[in-house]
Every structure is written in structure tokens, then in C-alpha cells.
Design a protein around this ligand. Structure first.
Ligand code: UDP
Ligand code: MG
Length: 150
């Protein structure tokens, strides 16, 4: 079982797409184990996007991500990190496959609605940024019908 860090970026909230996007993750069978609304600061951005601080798009990315509130979620399930990335689609909405969140809801190279951790190491690091007090361990009644026994 894996847990991944998902962010609903400012464009998802401005465009009123939170419910529809969250529904994709929920319907797939990913379980919400933490959720929080916050304003990303320059400091959080520098931690979260540490690998990108020297990239040319970084200043624009930070301006976008700090412009209004975001939602942070921890989602759990079998191979949740890869499953969530697959649901999200490629980074740019213009290139993301139809049927994915980014492919269906956007056509921008920077406003792409969601963030999802890209590896187990990233997930652990990123979950620590937004949920330092830990996650909610709970069992939904759906587990036996959603997740394989092993
Ligand atoms: N981004 C951007 N311009 C670029 C590349 C990335 O604005 O040329 C933004 C975009 O919002 C993306 C984020 O920076 O989601 C992080 O980039 P990354 O390559 O890690 O993409 P992701 O992991 O989000 O698919
Ligand atoms: Mg990334």
C-alpha cells in the first residue's frame, strides 16, 4: 500500500473543479487519509519544488502556486503514487491524454490543476511538508471490494 501527496492547485479551486477532480481519485479507489486547505508560501514552494528552484519556469510557478489557496490531500491505495500520476496525465494539458485530469480539464503548460508525488521518496518528503502531524489510518467499508487481499 502506498500514500501519495496530491495538491489541488489554485486553478482547480478558481474554476470550481475540486469536486469533479476529487471524484476521479475517489472513484478509482484511492482513500483520503488527510486533507487540508492552505496558502502556499514562498518558503513552502521552495521546499516542495526544491528540484525546480533553478529552472526558468520556477518564478512563474511560485507566483501561480502562491496566488490563492490550495488543497493538500494524502491519498492511499495499491501503487497510489503511479496510479494517481496516471489519472493526472502528462504535465502539460496540451499533451495529456484525453481521459486524464489534465487532458480533460486544461490546455495550459503551467495551470495544470493538480500536483502528485512522482516517487516513494518524493511522497514521503512531500507528505511531511503538509502533514507533519501524520495521517488518518482508517478502514473504509469498500476495501474488500476495491483492493486485492494480498
Ligand atoms: N511547469 C511549468 N512550466 C514548465 C514545466 C513545469 O509551469 O515548463 C510547472 C507545472 O505546473 C508543473 C510544475 O511546474 O506541474 C512541476 O513540474 P514537473 O516537471 O515536476 O511536472 P509534474 O510533476 O507536475 O507533472
Ligand atoms: Mg513533478
Amino acid at each position: 500500500m502506498e500514500t501519495t501527496l496530491i495538491l489541488f492547485k489554485p486553478d482547480a479551486l478558481h474554476r470550481g473543479l475540486v469536486g469533479r477532480v476529487l471524484s476521479r481519485f475517489e472513484s478509482k479507489g484511492l482513500q483520503i487519509v488527510a486533507m487540508r486547505m492552505l496558502r502556499m508560501t514562498d518558503e513552502i514552494a521552495a521546499r516542495h519544488y526544491a528540484e525546480h528552484v533553478d529552472k526558468p519556469f520556477y518564478p512563474g510557478l511560485v507566483a501561480f502556486m502562491t496566488s490563492s489557496p490550495i488543497l493538500a490531500l494524502a491519498l492511499r491505495g495499491p501503487e497510489a503514487i503511479a496510479v494517481a500520476r496516471k489519472l493526472m496525465g502528462k504535465t502539460f494539458g496540451l499533451e495529456a491524454e484525453a481521459g486524464t485530469i489534465r487532458g480533460d480539464f486544461g490546455c495550459s503548460k503551467s495551470f495544470n490543476l493538480v500536483h502528485g508525488s512522482d516517487s516513494a521518496a518524493s511522497a514521503e518528503r512531500e507528505l511531511g511538508i503538509y502533514f507533519p502531524d501524520g495521517l488518518q489510518d482508517w478502514e473504509t467499508i469498500q476495501h474488500p471490494w476495491l483492493w486485492d487481499a494480498e
